[in-house]
Design a protein around this ligand. Structure first.
Ligand code: PMT
Length: 219
């Protein structure tokens, strides 16, 4: 076997959902299981990288050789990512970060009263865009979870967030995307794209990291 393609590279990635608290016992979240991000962490170690994984709340074991930092909210995830960022060669944002959080977190459990209640939400910081704005910055990779117009929305995110590469998944289809064991990613970069077919998340992760390694080798 030849040298490992990510030997000597430091990779930081996020995985899982975030939880945005409403009160001491309730939160808003989503269906991310962490499987895609944990598969990327495991495969990156196999390819020789030194891997730091910032994870939202998931029920997965830490892959061997991975340094794991657990967080709950988007704000905590941003803080952990920025603290770990110096010296990283690659950043991959695989976490399903909540775009909004409740404006106010009640100190005590919210009591039932009216038939309807309104919760005011406020935008969360964009972790991926914040990483992409750092100087110097790592090779910066995002995900796009879309239910329609997948290529258009993925290319929009690639440009708007200033990324080097984006991995798009159509999360409207069964047996891929959120909480599935398989995925069907298409990678987009400024002047190219590559479809990875449909396979288990370990294989998708491997193919995605091979493409990232190719891009790094050309830099
Ligand atoms: O965890 P699994 O069950 O295995 O499912 C995998 C997955 C579907 C969660 C994964 O493949 C995936 O698509 N992750 C990104 C989910 C997402 O939030 O996509 P988005 O299109 O809303 O966000 C675009 C990108 O911006 C993502 O890289 C996201 O991490 C990042 N983002 C979004 C909002 C925010 N406030 N900060 C961010 O960094």
């Amino acid at each position: 076997a030849g040298p490992k393609p990510l030997a000597g590279k430091k990779l930081l990635l996020t995985a899982g959902p975030t939880r945005e608290a409403l009160d001491p016992v309730r939160f808003m979240s989503n269906h991310s299981s962490g499987k895609m991000g944990f598969a990327l962490a495991e495969q990156a170690v196999a390819l020789g990288a030194e891997v730091t994984l910032v994870s939202g709340p998931v029920s997965l074991a830490t892959p061997a050789g991975v340094t794991r930092i657990d967080v709950e909210s988007a704000e905590q995830m941003l803080e952990a990512v920025l603290a770990a960022l110096p010296g990283q060669d690659i950043f991959i944002g695989c976490a399903a970060v909540a775009d909004y959080r409740p404006l106010a977190v009640a100190d005590n459990k919210i009591k039932k009263s009216n038939e309807r209640m309104v919760v005011e939400l406020v935008r969360n910081p964009d972790i991926l865009a914040t990483v992409a704005q750092q100087q110097p910055r790592p090779f910066t990779v995002g995900f796009a979870a879309e239910t329609d117009n997948v290529e258009q929305y993925a290319r929009d995110k690639l440009a708007r967030k200033g990324l080097d590469l984006i991995a798009a998944n159509d999360v409207s289809k069964p047996d891929q995307g959120f909480n599935a064991n398989h995925n069907a990613l298409t990678l987009y970069w400024a002047d190219g794209h590559k479809s990875l077919g449909h396979s288990d998340k370990g294989q998708q992760a491997r193919l995605m990291l091979d493409t990232i390694a190719d891009h790094l080798a050309c830099q």
